[in-house]
Design a protein around this ligand. Structure first.
Ligand code: ZN
Length: 200
């Protein structure tokens, strides 16, 4: 009898440990992809480009994430263009708990404004991606930007990575209120703080 109990104890220990090994790796890793770079400046209006705002935001997130236990990995370290294929390969090599791809919107209608989240139904972690996207757009829209909600999108990056993935468009360059906020130091610092808070 004692032997059986011992064997049972041993087996349940093995089971507990094996279930731990399939759990998400610790510490948590989040990849942040800043869109465009180099010759690709993304959306542009007057003399402001999407790329330069994203670079400024990257700097704020870098400062904000210094004390976090969650590992934040920036996909591109320098202001260099990186193809979508290369981005996907790098993300899948890292195998993070979440991919966050950051962009800005541009519209012909200057009244269009707010934050939009995008997810792909082809992503293997669609449900988790969607939950994260709702949480992110909601929390990031608490200060100035409106919450435009979450949409399904056929985006190459989102459907080819093998991890939960969200693209966020953090306001419209073509809308005055959004533009004033996302080009300001205060706005960028607030967004960086919220993003770090959300992925911690
Ligand atoms: Zn973009």
């Amino acid at each position: 009898m004692k032997k059986i109990i011992l064997l049972f104890g041993f087996l349940s220990t093995v089971l507990i440990f094996s279930s731990f090994s399939s759990a998400p790796k610790q510490p948590k890793t989040v990849v942040i992809d800043f869109g465009h770079g180099g010759d690709d400046q993304g959306a542009q209006i007057n003399d402001i480009s999407e790329n330069e705002i994203l670079l400024a935001l990257q700097e704020e997130i870098r400062k904000e994430s210094r004390t976090m236990t969650t590992q934040i990995v920036f996909l591109r370290k320098k202001d260099k263009f990186m193809s979508l294929e290369k981005r996907v390969k790098k993300i899948n090599d890292i195998n993070p708990n979440l991919l966050l791809s950051l962009h800005l919107s541009l519209s012909e209608n200057p009244n269009d404004n707010g934050i939009t989240g995008f997810v792909s139904t082809d992503n293997p972690f669609y449900e988790e991606s969607h939950k994260n996207a709702i949480r992110l757009t909601y929390n990031l829209s608490q200060k100035v930007l409106n919450d435009k909600g979450v949409k399904d999108a056929d985006l190459y990056l989102l459907k080819n990575v093998k991890c939960p993935a969200v693209t966020l468009e953090l306001g419209y360059l073509s809308n005055e209120k959004d533009r004033n906020y996302i080009t300001s130091k205060v706005g960028q610092a607030e967004l960086a703080k919220q993003i770090c808070e959300m992925v911690r």
